[in-house]
Ligand binder design. Structure first.
Ligand code: HEC
Length: 149
């Protein structure tokens, strides 16, 4: 390393800097689908508890609601320009044509998910169920308009 010519060192930095280009559309698509999968991993068991398909466990619900709320924030980076195609995606072009509306729906859902985590911390089952339904509504509001069935 000590003998590496300066020019080569500079070249290495240049290559590293080029590597910081915007991620490829396929990478963004895989990223966002992975985030949704992480959300769903926590969402499904919460739904089963809300619907009484399995016993309500307050501690587990709280834990999952917190993880789910945190995961929703990762979606902030999941819809880069140009990531509407390039891999198998159900994201509709309407997203990039109505960016403000889409971002608003994303923020609504992030807020509802935070509220769910807060309701879960209260341990109040009626409140939790009500907030779960509200959160589900915020998923649907976006899927109806911006996701292919
Ligand atoms: C602001 C819009 C928006 C909101 C809000 C939203 N989604 Fe989605 N969701 C999408 C879009 C668009 C896709 C398609 C992504 C793709 O295929 O590239 C998607 C895909 C998914 C997928 C499929 C991921 C996969 O495996 O490919 C799941 C699961 C999902 N969403 C769950 C949820 C849940 C649960 C919520 C609410 C807590 C939610 N979404 C809220 C827009 C949204």
């Amino acid at each position: 390393m000590l003998r590496t010519p300066l020019a080569l060192i500079l070249l290495m930095f240049t290559v590293a800097a080029t590597g910081a280009d915007a991620p490829k559309p396929e990478a963004v698509i895989h990223y966002r689908q992975s985030v949704y999968k992480v959300m769903l991993w926590n969402w499904v068991p919460m739904g089963e508890m809300v619907k009484g398909k399995r016993p309500f466990e307050a501690a587990e619900f709280k834990h999952r609601a917190e993880r789910m709320a945190a995961a929703t924030l990762y979606l902030d980076e999941a819809y880069a320009e140009g990531s509407g195609q390039g891999a198998d995606t159900d994201a509709l072009p309407a997203i990039w044509e109505n960016r403000k509306d889409f971002d608003g729906k994303l923020q609504d859902m992030q807020r509802e998910a935070q509220n769910l985590a807060q309701a879960a911390a209260s341990g109040d089952e009626a409140k939790i169920k009500e907030q779960f339904a509200k959160t589900a509504g915020s998923c649907k509001a976006c899927h109806d308009k911006y996701r292919a069935d």
